[in-house]
Design a protein around this ligand. Structure first.
Ligand code: GLC
Length: 447
């Protein structure tokens, strides 16, 4: 059992029903602002229309290439859609200097990986349609035009904000001159996740990512999208990429933010930005836990008041530790002890372990509840009888209780009468990208 004093100190990480209700109300208001023509320029949640207006019908066919940039790795994929979906892919690292170097360097790197994949797989003779999953906030001006609004998640390449990333990719490919491609769609990972699940699940209306970053997209009625400028022919709906990671950037979440959140934001590459994301996603959860642990140590409530050199280092408590520690069975601390040992903390008691676990639980529970608040707002907006939410991302995938915590909280927050389920969506950034490209060509041929 965690000690009483530790529980008291962690109290500010606990969100009660009333606070969560207020989070929902604020989010609803911010989404409305984002969708409004006049209010959008000031809105922190940008609600970008994606130009994806149809969901797949399960009959899509063909071979596609996909590029996936925006998580921890960059991938190139070859996807074959038919009755089943098969996939071949390769992961390439994005070295840290490229993540924060000049934009041309980043796009040259992407083009190089693509060229080597095409050569390795002998795809040079085919002109395959390509979907580009670029998981950063982009203002789309069409299915193949997306201007980067701002970098998030540790990327900061100069000369890209405000530019069309499809254009930058084409220029990089032209600089090499050794591959030909046909870019059919640019999309966010949330859209890919939604499409990938909607392929076989016709109730799917929301795509959610809780991974390195967090974000959600959903199918909205055109009449509610005041800023829509893409014409009024049917279908009268469009997928909206909310970019809800930026929720709170105008101060409206200050009532739930703690000193730990303030510290993390201050130390980050993008202070003042993505404040909701910084409370929820994998890039930050471990660091929040580390901050709390350091506080407990300084109050002599943990490890007899002794820290370790490693734990003092920023970023040393990985988010995956939270999942591992919470995977220990009740009363068993084997993962916890092994991790603490890795961090240079050998002489720990069972009470220390119980306290560390409590900190992890508070951090992950708060993240899950905040994400649940977001999903509830979208479910209530869509307001259909039965809605599937497609979910992906490392935190959702690997944390042992995240799914259950979210389901429990969403059930409290949604309107009676709405049934929902959260479904792990397999490979949104690959299959989803292929589906957006496929649906795009279907819609074009129907017009
Ligand atoms: C960040 C990005 C967003 C992406 C999310 C999940 O919030 O801004 O575009 O969907 O991370 O990867």
């Amino acid at each position: 059992m965690a000690s009483q004093k530790v529980k008291e100190l962690c109290q500010d990480l606990i969100l009660n029903d009333e606070a969560l209700k207020d989070v929902c109300d604020n989010l609803e208001e911010e989404i409305n602002k984002g969708l409004g023509k006049d209010s959008n320029p000031e809105a922190s949640i940008k609600c970008f229309p994606t130009y994806v207006r149809e969901l797949p019908n399960g009959k899509e066919k063909g071979r596609f290439l996909a590029l996936d940039l925006g998580g921890t790795n960059f991938r190139v994929l070859l996807i074959e859609l038919g009755d089943k979906c098969t996939m071949d892919s390769r992961i390439y690292a994005v070295p840290q200097p490229i993540m924060v170097g000049p934009g041309d360097g980043l796009f040259d790197h992407i083009a190089e990986c693509l060229a080597s994949f095409i050569k390795e797989r002998n795809l040079g003779d085919e002109l395959l349609p390509l979907g580009f999953t670029f998981s950063f906030p982009c203002k789309q001006e069409g299915l193949t035009k997306a201007r980067l609004a701002r970098w998030t998640k540790g990327f900061k390449c100069e000369g890209v904000e405000g530019r069309d990333v499809v254009e930058l990719l084409k220029l990089a490919i032209a600089r090499r001159g050794d591959v030909r491609i046909k870019i059919c769609a640019v999309l966010n990972d949330t859209t890919g996740t939604l499409m990938s699940c909607a392929w076989k699940n016709y109730n799917c209306r929301i795509g959610l990512i809780v991974g390195t970053g967090t974000n959600a997209c959903y199918m909205e009625k055109l009449e509610k999208v005041e800023l829509w400028d893409g014409g009024n022919d049917g279908p009268h709906q469009v997928v909206i990429n909310t970019e809800w990671g930026a929720f709170g950037d105008n101060g409206c979440l200050d009532f739930v933010r703690t000193q730990y959140d303030i510290n993390i934001d201050r130390e980050s590459i993008n202070p003042g930005k993505q404040l909701y994301e910084k409370m929820i996603s994998g890039m930050y959860m471990g660091e929040i836990a580390r901050q709390v642990l350091l506080r407990l140590i300084s109050e002599r409530l943990l490890f007899g008041g002794c820290s370790s050199d490693i734990l003092q280092e920023k970023g040393s408590f990985f988010t995956k530790y939270i999942s591992e520690i919470e995977s220990d069975k009740d009363g068993d601390f084997s993962n916890c002890r092994a991790i603490l040992e890795e961090l240079g903390l050998d002489d720990v008691t069972d009470t220390d372990c119980a306290n560390v676990r409590h900190v992890c639980e508070c951090v992950s529970r708060r993240a899950a509840y905040l994400a649940a608040a977001g999903v509830s707002v979208l479910l209530n907006r869509i307001n259909e009888e039965s809605i599937t939410v497609a979910v992906d991302g490392s935190v959702y995938r690997f944390h042992p209780h995240f799914h259950n915590l979210m389901v429990e909280q969403i059930s409290h927050l949604i309107k009676p009468g709405i049934k929902f389920d959260l479904m792990l969506s397999e490979d949104g950034s690959g299959r989803g990208a292929a589906l957006v490209a496929a649906v795009a060509s279907r819609s074009a041929s129907m017009r």
